[in-house]
Each structure stands twice: as structure tokens, then as C-alpha cells.
Design a binder for this molecule. Structure first.
Ligand SMILES: Nc1ncnc2c1ncn2[C@@H]1O[C@H](COP(=O)(O)OP(=O)(O)OP(=O)(O)O)[C@@H](O)[C@H]1O
Length: 498
């Protein structure tokens, strides 16, 4: 995180309107210090008629100069040192707001369709790094302005470890600035290019795919169809976990959460005897368990947006699409991480689109890969995701829960995924800063938290069967991290994730 290049540092001057960055270059091949490989594929938009983006874009430019639209405080990471830094800066500010002059730009990270992204620090708190996406509204068409609005709206509702936190949304003159988490490990596309034969080992594929799946599950639960999944948009945080980025092509729809019942085999451990040498026996039985699902099955859009190699057949045909485009893209994504290329790639963009729209099924026979344990399961999952008819595609009817149950993900304790150790892959540098273990807000160390959670687990067990929720043993055995994913059940046997 401390990779600042002071020679290229910029300061926002004290006058609010004299900004030190120049107008946005929209050329994706702009020479920059971007961590992204120059082979990154650009997203396309042919039309845009979705709910969020048709909203008027005028209000983006109407707020007063250099004002903060939001600094969200209700967030699962509000104990995070980044929030403490933001809070300290706003407390010191004369009007209690964060302004661009509080930020120090350190370096240019890259340029996208909408604007430039900079690594920045708070002036008086250099240990907290952020990414600042700066959008020059004067240079954008109405369509692109609507994308900016979509991105800002989506970012403002996100609260998930694998998605960006929007720390501040600042309007200054004709600039719109979004202050989000900085990901020092670049993106998954660049990381993939650093691997032997441009392929990840299956263990790494499983890790990245599982995290992306959980992020998509969360977005879908909010009714958000992502539409731009590709390794370029999966950024890597300092701790090696993922952060999905780029929400300008999303569309939002209604979602009706449901609880359904399905059979699951459950292992029971029973202790016999007393003292410390109690023996335990395990028994397996089948249990009907309720399962929470929230999937925007009624989502519908006719815009053709996304990245060629990742477009689902229904997107290419232009007959309207829904949530299924994300599960198709998820299949292409797993394929690319495993094989270093996408399954329908042709010699040109047009031939790629023809391959996707044709009846040709995904094939693996021409690919020579290391035979690793789990490869058959991975291929099976890809085949079920890359089903051309979205009505028969895995995930389309009941969402991520069905995909999580696929044998490829066997053994993953989903509630604990945030605390899994990221795989050792070439080029991924994991930072292990102390700040990961101490809450700067409460000053409570991880050791004290551990005792707290042990005590809470004991309390919950004692009250088992009462109206209180009790923690699943998976969750209560998690003592290491700060972000706890609870998989809890209540006495009515309803069960939820998150
Ligand atoms: N939070 C971040 N941390 C580190 N680097 C980032 C971050 N966000 C973006 N970047 C870098 O900045 C570059 C531009 O990102 P940006 O999101 O503006 O555009 P993009 O990803 O190319 O997508 P689009 O043009 O579709 O909006 C990316 O290529 C990425 O390398």
C-alpha cells in the first residue's frame, strides 16, 4: 500500500475549483500507470434503456461546487481505519464535510470509459489509501452521464466485503468524484497474464470463482444485474481478496426474496462419556432445510451491453435478457481462468458473436491442460452455466444457491469465505498489516474479540431453542478475521446467509 511515487504527487489546491487533473481522456489505450494490461477488453454499449439509466442525468451537475453528496456511515466496515480517517478529516473540516482539498493525489492508476482513477490519501492521514474516480462531466455524452449516475447509485447502496465501499461522492465544478477502496494488487486479467500459460491452478480458480459468486449473489439479492463480469473488472485488494468493480453497465430490477425447502445431508456429532477424553460419534442423515434465495428472475432489458467475449446468446440476439447473462458470464469467467482464453473467441469480434449465437456448444477437447483433481467438476459446472437457453441455465431460476451446491465448490464453507487464505499465485502480494487485526474505532484487539465471540457462542448455546438465534458452528469457530459472515438459524428453522 505504501507504493507512493512522491515525485508524481499532486495536491488539490485550497481553492476548490482549481483542480489539478485535466479533462478525462476516454481512450482506453491511454498510456498510463494503469495496473491493467493493455490487452484488456473494452465494454460495449449499443443502447441503454434500463430503469436506472433512463433517470434524468441533470441532477448530476446541479449540486453546489465541491460539495460532498454522501459520506455513508451505516456500513459493515464502519470500524475500518478508512472510515476513521474519513471521520477525522470531516471532523476537522470547518463545515463538517469532506472536500477535494482534503485529498492528496499520489498517482494515476488508469483511465476508463468514464474517467480517470487516481490513488490518493487524505492529506493528514497518509496511511489510509483510497482510489478516486474523477469524471469530467463536460466531456461526456448524455449516455455516458447516465452511466456515471448508474455507477454512483449502485455504489451508494453496496455494503459487502467483495464490493467497493463508497466513502464519499463529491461534486466539484464539472467534476464528479467517487472515493472508493484502493486495490493495490491490480486486476485479475493482469494477474492471469503473469501465470504460466496464462492459467491459474484449479485451487486458485475455485477461490476467485467462489468470491465472485458471492459478490454476484449479493448484487442479485439487491435486484442488480451486473452485466460486465470479466477478469478486468475483478480487482484484488491488499489482502488478496477480490473486489468487483465497474457498475456503469448494471441495471436494476425488482426482486422477491423466497424461502424454499430442499434436502441436505447433515453430519451430527454426539459426545459420549465425560471428562476431557470424551469420545464422539458422527452420524449422517438427510434433513429438509429451508434456504433463502433472492434472484431477480423477472429482470428484463433489451440493451446490448457488456464485453464481446462475455456476451450471453440472448444478449447477442437482442431479444431481451435478464439475470441469466451474469450466470453465463460466470461460466465464461471460470473457463478463462482455467484455460487462459474464452470459449467462443473467434478471429474477430464478429466471429466471436457468431460463435456465441450459433448452436455450437462449449468444448474442451482442443485444450491440453494439467489433469488436476476437480477438473471434471469444473468442466461440468462450465457446461451447466454455458447453456444457450437461459431457462435451462444453472442459476437462472434460483440464483447462486444452486451454483454453490455444485460439486466444484464442495467443501467451501460459504459463511467463512471472507476469512479463507487467498491462494499463492505468482504476482499476488498479500499485505498483512496490523490494521487488519485491530479496530481503530473501538480499539478492541482481535484477541479480545475472540473472547467476545467465544462468550457469545456460549451464551447462544445456552439459549438454544429459545427465541434467540444461535450461531452455526462454522461461524462460531471463526476467530481470526474481523468480517464475520453468519450462517444463522432461528428456532423456527429459517436460515439465512449474511
Ligand atoms: N479501486 C481501484 N483500485 C486500484 N485501481 C483501480 C481501482 N479502480 C480502477 N482502477 C484502475 O483504473 C483503471 C480505470 O478504471 P475504471 O473503473 O475507470 O475503468 P474501467 O475499469 O476501464 O471500466 P469502464 O471504462 O467500463 O468504466 C482500471 O483499469 C484499473 O486498473
Amino acid at each position: 500500500m505504501e507504493d507512493q511515487d512522491n515525485s508524481s504527487s499532486y495536491y488539490f489546491p485550497d481553492t476548490d475549483l482549481d483542480l489539478s487533473f485535466t479533462s478525462t481522456a476516454t481512450d482506453r489505450t491511454f498510456a498510463s500507470s494503469s495496473a491493467r494490461s493493455s490487452l484488456a477488453r473494452s465494454s460495449l454499449t449499443l443502447s441503454f434503456n434500463d430503469q436506472l439509466s433512463t433517470a434524468s442525468t441533470t441532477n448530476i451537475g446541479t449540486s453546489s461546487n465541491n460539495s460532498v453528496v454522501s459520506t455513508c456511515s451505516l456500513h459493515h466496515r464502519k470500524w475500518d481505519p478508512h472510515w476513521s480517517a474519513i471521520k477525522a478529516a470531516t471532523n476537522l473540516s470547518s463545515d463538517g464535510k469532506l472536500h477535494l482539498r482534503h485529498l492528496k493525489l499520489v498517482k494515476h492508476l488508469g483511465t476508463g470509459n468514464l474517467g480517470r482513477v487516481f490513488l490518493c490519501h487524505l492529506r493528514d492521514w497518509s496511511s489510509a489509501s483510497f482510489a478516486l474516480k474523477v469524471i469530467d462531466r463536460d466531456t461526456l455524452s448524455n449516455k455516458k452521464l447516465s452511466h456515471v449516475q448508474t455507477e454512483a447509485e449502485i455504489l451508494s447502496v453496496l455494503d459487502h466485503p467483495f464490493l467497493p465501499t463508497l466513502y464519499a461522492h463529491i461534486h466539484a465544478s464539472h467534476y464528479t468524484c467517487l472515493l472508493i477502496d484502493y486495490c493495490p494488487n491490480g486486476d485479475l486479467h493482469s494477474l492471469l497474464r503473469k501465470q504460466p500459460s496464462n492459467r491459474f491452478r484449479l485451487q486458485a480458480v475455485r477461490f476467485f470463482a467462489a468470491e465472485v459468486l458471492v459478490a454476484l449473489e449479493y448484487l442479485h439479492a439487491l435486484g442488480i444485474v451486473y452485466r460486465d463480469l470479466k477478469p478486468e473488472n475483478v480487482l484484488l485488494r491488499g489482502d488478496g481478496h477480490i473486489m468487483l468493480s465497474d457498475f456503469d453497465l448494471c441495471f436494476k430490477s425488482d426482486v422477491v426474496p423466497t424461502v424454499r425447502f430442499h434436502k441436505r445431508s447433515v453430519t451430527h456429532r454426539r459426545r459420549c462419556g465425560g471428562g476431557c477424553f470424551r469420545a464422539s460419534t458422527t452420524t449422517e442423515c438427510e434433513k429438509v432445510v429451508p434456504e433463502f434465495a433472492a434472484e431477480p428472475v423477472a429482470a428484463y432489458s433489451r440493451s446490448c451491453v457488456g464485453t464481446h467475449e462475455y456476451l450471453a446468446p440472448e444478449l447477442v440476439s437482442g431479444n431481451g435478457h435478464g439475470n441469466g447473462v451474469d450466470w453465463w458470464a460466470f461460466g465464461v469467467f471460470i473457463y478463462e481462468l482455467m484455460y487462459g482464453t474464452t470459449p467462443f473467441k473467434g478471429g474477430s469480434k464478429e466471429s466471436t458473436l457468431r460463435n456465441i449465437a450459433s448452436s455450437r456448444q462449449v468444448s474442451f477437447h482442443h485444450l491440453v491442460v494439467r489433469e488436476e483433481a476437480g477438473i471434471a467438476e469444473a468442466k461440468d459446472l462450465i457446461e451447466r452455466l454455458l447453456v444457450k437457453d437461459p431457462r435451462r441455465r444453472l442459476g437462472c431460476a434460483r440464483g447462486a444457491q444452486d451454483i454453490k451446491r455444485h460439486p466444484f465448490f464442495d467443501g467451501i464453507k460459504w459463511p467463512l469465505i471472507r476469512n479463507y487464505r487467498p491462494p499463492e499465485v505468482r504476482g499476488l502480494v498479500r499485505s498483512t498489516t496490523k490494521s487488519h487485526h485491530v479496530s481503530h474505532v473501538t480499539g478492541v484487539s482481535s484477541k479480545k474479540r475472540r473472547w467476545f465471540w467465544k462468550g457469545l457462542g456460549y451464551f447462544m448455546r445456552k439459549n438454544k431453542g429459545s427465541k434467540y438465534y444461535h450461531l452455526n458452528s462454522n461461524a462460531s469457530s471463526n476467530h481470526r478475521g474481523r468480517n464475520y459472515y453468519y450462517h444463522y438459524e432461528n428456532s423456527n428453522k429459517s436460515k439465512k446467509t449474511f
